[in-house]
Design a binder for this molecule. Structure first.
Ligand code: FRU
Length: 546
């Protein structure tokens, strides 16, 4: 149908049809090929009958789908093959650990191994009969015991993996240990747990170097690294993470900030984003983050579309130089899709609306630097509102004039602006420091879609940046039909939104810069590109292997 086509992405990964909870499963790089598996319903565009689907790529942008990799066929996974991770064992031997819903509908952990290691695409996966490897016992609830991480090896040479669980109401990353990756034993203490939230889905645990942007293999630990523990909180559906230390003698993760309010934890993305997972890319020595962008339309829309769920553009991630958070940036490969550059230089963004002509507004990559005047005119900040950035974004939306800001982009805008999504910044003054609020408003003054039945939240976050020093706020926005991925402050905060405009079904969509603050802002850089279509479902024989 036209709706199905209009909202399909041109360069964000999705299969030809059906449901994916793109829980990226087992992402890895192996012998020149990137693998992506994902939770897939082969029969319909709503969740159920979960298999592992499999696509391969050599550049993380163009993909070839293969046959389904793991099917629910055995007593230990007959009711579904749920989320899991890949680990590359010594001798370049990839294996997968995944959660099976067994014949009693209990969650158990299984292993799958390549059926033919000499196949460069690892098309066949076999499930040994010694499965399952881990079963819920000793007080573990069989409904809350899933999503094994990639394994890492400690100094003692033993393997470890973490699993998501909820124990006595506490979100928990259970720790299991093994010498041979087959026989596993639960450690006495979990890797970490917290009373600040319930069930942790899809945990992820990995090191990042204190200096530089390189990624590290998952087993690396030394005084030169910090560790990241990420958990997907079912309520509210979002991915949170903590920075801290991995204490190998006690085999526990010690977070820097163990606040007992999950709202104080860090997030990968302050918009729509869930069930993410990283992997170490040995080809380019970087750590790459994948994540699921689920739909914010209705189930009947998904049935009409015949598909639901897409993946983010993979992001390289590293530790910010101040060590307080991670930074994320779309992998450089996506720049190969850039066409038809439009740029502005030294443009003064006065109060008002400025259309950028000549851009393919439904399929674009935009980079802007907003250079600020003196910060004297910034409105005073009310510290009681610090916790609730989204609320601030909705109360002081793009139509509310401020001293500095709101300024930003209007994207996926219809001819007469009946529909558009506003991504904007506002600067506040608190004593001698400035605070930068970043918003993506799908609602209110900016109306991403005229359709009333959609979920149209307002997203917001404060950027952790030193504005006095930098004097510039940067924004990168990837637009792709029904997705808007925003990177504020050079990747220090991300906000991703799903939107379904109705009017550009017939017209093209427009792109604007706007400023609704009383001071003008210098656009010291503006570059935008129309994006070419990626080959998301190419034939395997057309994949170029370097
Ligand atoms: C997260 C999740 C996982 C589970 C899978 C089932 O989206 O609920 O915890 O393994 O999806 O499809």
């Amino acid at each position: 149908s036209i709706v199905s086509k209009q909202y399909r992405t041109a360069y964000h990964f999705q299969p030809p049809k059906n449901w994916i909870n793109a829980d990226p499963n087992g992402p890895m790089y192996h012998n020149g090929v990137y693998h992506l598996f994902y939770q897939y319903n082969p029969n319909s565009s709503v969740w159920g009958n979960i298999h592992w689907a499999h696509s391969v790529s050599t550049d993380l942008i163009n993909w070839a789908p293969l046959d389904l990799a793991i099917h629910p066929t055995k007593p230990f996974d007959i009711n579904g093959c749920w989320t899991g991770s890949a680990t590359i064992l010594p001798g370049h031997q990839p294996v997968i650990l995944y959660t099976g819903m067994n014949r009693d509908n209990q969650q158990v952990q299984n292993i799958a191994v390549p059926g033919n290691l000499s196949d460069p695409f690892l098309r066949e996966w076999t499930k040994p009969d010694y499965n399952p490897l881990m079963t819920p016992s000793d007080g573990i609830h069989p409904d809350m015991f899933r999503d094994p991480t990639t394994g890492w090896r400690g100094a003692d040479g033993h393997w470890r993996v973490a699993l998501g669980a909820e124990i006595s109401g506490n979100g928990t990353a259970l720790l299991y240990k093994s010498e041979d990756f087959v026989r596993w034993q639960r450690a006495d203490s979990p890797l970490h747990s917290s009373s600040a939230s319930g069930m942790w889905e899809c945990p992820d645990f990995f090191p990042v170097p204190i200096e530089g942007r390189e990624g590290l293999d998952t087993s690396v630990n030394s005084k030169d690294v910090r560790h990241v523990l990420k958990m997907s909180l079912m309520e509210p559906q979002s991915d949170y993470y903590m920075l801290g230390t991995y204490d190998e003698t006690r085999d526990i993760f010690v977070p820097d900030n163990a606040a007992d309010d999950y709202r104080m934890w860090l997030r990968y993305d302050y918009g729509k984003f869930y069930a993410s997972k990283t992997f170490f890319d040995a080809k380019k020595k970087r750590r790459i983050l994948w994540g699921w962008l689920n739909e914010s339309d209705t189930e009947s829309d998904d049935i009409a579309k015949g598909w639901a769920g897409i993946q983010i553009i993979p992001r390289k991630i590293w530790l910010d130089s101040r060590g307080r958070q991670l930074v994320q940036w779309p992998i450089e490969e996506v720049e190969s899709l850039r066409r038809n550059e439009v740029h502005l230089h030294g443009f003064e963004l006065t109060t008002g609306l400025h259309e950028i002509k000549g851009v393919k507004g439904s399929q674009a990559d935009v980079e802007v630097d907003f250079e600020l005047p003196s910060l004297d005119r910034a409105d005073p900040f009310d510290p009681t509102r610090a916790m609730d950035a989204p609320k601030l974004c909705s109360q002081e939306d793009a139509s509310v004039r401020g001293g500095i800001g709101p300024f930003g982009l209007l994207v996926l805008a219809s001819e007469n602006l009946e529909e558009h999504t506003a991504i904007f910044f506002r600067v506040y003054r608190e004593q001698n420091t400035a605070k930068v609020l970043m918003c993506s408003d799908q609602r209110r003054q900016s109306r991403s879609s005229l359709r009333p039945e959609l979920d149209k939240p307002v997203y917001g976050v404060f950027l952790d940046m030193d504005l006095e020093k930098e004097r510039k706020i940067s924004l990168r926005t990837l637009i792709d039909h029904s997705v808007i991925e925003n990177f504020g402050g050079k990747g220090r905060a991300c906000i991703t939104a799903r939107v379904y405009p109705e009017l550009f079904l017939n017209t093209s969509s427009h792109l604007y810069l706007f400023n609704n603050g009383s001071s003008s802002v210098m656009i010291s850089r503006f570059q935008s590109w129309g994006m070419a279509k990626a080959h998301l479902n190419i034939k395997l024989k057309d994949l170029v292997i370097e």
